[in-house]
Design a protein around this ligand. Structure first.
Ligand code: GLN
Length: 193
C-alpha cells in the first residue's frame, strides 16, 4: 500500500513517520506525478492559506480535486481539514477549497487566548473497528471549527459540542493533529479504509 502525504508545507514529516511505522510505503507528494503514485493521501496541518497557494503554484489543485473525486481515501488534519472542506469562513479571499467533503469550517475558531489545547476525546468508531475504546489524545493548534456538516457526514468525535472528527465516504478529517498524539489508531483506521 502506498500512502501519500502532501508535502508542500506544514506537519507532513510526522504523518509520514506514523504511516511508515504502520507498514505503509510513503511518498511525499509535491507534484501531480507524485500524486499519481499513491492510492491514498494525507493532507497535513500547517497553514491552509500557504498550502493552498503552494498547491496552485505546483499545478496540484486540479489533480487533487480529481484524486478526492475518484474515491481514494483522503485524511485531512487541521489545515488539511480546511483545504478539504466545501466551505471556509475567515479564510483569505484567494484561498482554494478542494470541496472533498460537505462541511463548513471556520479558521482559527478558538481565538487567541486558547491558541492551543489538548484534550482526550472518545472516538467510538475506533472501538467499533477493534482498535480500542480508550480516549484519543487530541492536540489542537490554532484549530478550525467545523460549523456545519452536510447530509451523510458522520461525526466521529466532538469537543465542546463541536464536531472535531468527521467522515464521509472515503474522506476523513480532524480539526486536531493526530500525528502528535503518540497514538496511531486514526492513521490505522485511515490505512484500512
Ligand atoms: N490556523 C491554520 C490555518 O488556518 C491551521 C492550523 C494547523 O493546521 N495547526 O490553516
Amino acid at each position: 500500500m502506498t500512502a501519500g502525504v502532501l508535502a508542500l508545507q506544514g506537519a507532513f514529516a510526522a504523518h509520514a513517520s506514523v504511516l511508515e511505522s504502520l507498514g505503509a510505503t510513503v511518498v511525499e507528494v509535491r507534484t501531480a506525478d507524485d500524486l499519481a503514485l499513491v492510492d491514498r493521501l494525507v493532507v497535513p496541518g500547517g497553514e491552509s492559506t500557504t498550502m493552498s497557494m503552494a498547491a496552485e503554484r505546483s499545478g496540484l489543485l486540479e489533480p487533487l480535486r480529481a484524486f478526492v473525486a475518484s474515491g481514494r481515501p483522503t485524511f485531512g488534519t487541521c489545515a488539511g481539514a480546511i483545504l478539504l472542506a466545501a466551505e471556509c469562513f475567515d479564510g483569505r479571499a484567494d484561498q482554494h477549497q478542494l470541496a472533498a467533503i460537505d462541511i463548513s469550517v471556520r479558521r482559527n475558531a478558538f481565538g487567541r487566548q486558547v491558541d492551543s489545547f489538548e484534550v482526550d476525546v472518545p472516538i467510538p468508531a475506533l472501538g467499533d473497528a477493534g482498535l480500542g475504546d480508550a480516549g484519543f489524545h487530541a492536540v489542537f493548534i490554532r484549530a478550525p471549527a467545523i460549523e456545519r456538516v452536510g447530509d451523510g457526514v458522520e461525526v466521529l468525535a466532538r469537543v465542546d459540542d463541536r464536531p472535531a472528527a468527521v467522515r464521509s465516504g472515503a474522506i476523513m478529517v480532524t480539526t486536531f493533529h493526530p500525528e502528535l498524539a503518540g497514538d496511531d489508531r486514526l492513521h490505522e483506521l485511515f490505512l484500512r479504509s
